[in-house]
Design a protein around this ligand. Structure first.
Ligand code: SF4
Length: 217
């Protein structure tokens, strides 16, 4: 029988409660001190582990401490500094475009609205929501690869498009809990509901998960 929207919302609430009990230490894994640093780190984290990004950013933030400094960076120097995060040419273009737009449109400051953030080069909905939720304290759901996978296995959303997954999750995750839900779903995806062989037998939300291909002991 098809689950009603009300039943799915109730199940989502129970899932979040169980994940909170299982992962009370869940938090963003990227190191940052300012909104600009988080924006840069999030752009670098595409197709790269947060651990790798955290190895690169201390020197990067020291060399380019402001949007103005980043906007003036020599592309080849910037490429060399971020090379180990992969896709370094495209990321360099994004960082330079983003920094120049910050200087030209926002006085070198990172804007704190979703609309202004997503108008920056290289900044999509996920990156904007990471910054809003973690640097500005907003209630924002960021759909990364883990949230995308876990939400579908848990039957909370279904689409090939991460932005649609985002919109569907907003229907079931209560206001005020969306940044926290992001941390919990990402942590669950990293530690238990991993891509290749999820640890279903020890999963804290197994009883609430309809995924038909659960792994066995
Ligand atoms: S039961 Fe398995 S598939 Fe479902 S959420 Fe848990 S680990 Fe993921």
């Amino acid at each position: 029988m098809r689950e009603t929207a009300t039943a799915r919302r109730a199940r989502a609430r129970k899932i979040l409660q169980a994940l909170e009990r299982a992962y009370p230490d869940a938090k963003i894994a990227l190191d940052f001190g300012t909104p600009l640093q988080l924006l840069v780190a999030t752009i670098l984290s595409a197709q790269c582990t947060d651990e790798r990004v955290n190895m690169v950013t201390p020197a990067l933030f020291k060399t380019y401490p402001s949007a103005e400094a980043l906007a003036r960076a020599k592309p080849d120097k910037l490429e060399a500094a971020i090379r180990s995060t992969g896709f370094y040419r495209a990321k360099t273009r994004s960082l330079l475009g983003m920094a120049k737009a910050l200087v030209e449109r926002h006085g070198g400051e990172v804007p704190c609205t979703r609309e202004a953030l997503t108008e920056l080069p290289g900044v999509g909905l996920k990156t904007a929501n990471v910054v809003l939720g973690n640097a500005f304290g907003e209630d924002a759901l960021a759909v990364d690869t883990h949230v995308f996978r876990v939400a579908q296995r848990l039957g909370l959303a279904r689409s090939d498009d991460p932005d649609e997954i985002h919109d569907q999750l907003l229907e079931v995750i209560p206001r005020g809990q969306r940044t926290r839900a992001t941390h919990l779903l990402i942590t669950h995806g990293r530690r238990t509901c991993v891509a290749r062989k999820p640890a279903c037998p020890v999963c804290p939300v197994r009883a609430l998960c309809p995924w038909p291909d659960k792994t066995r002991r």
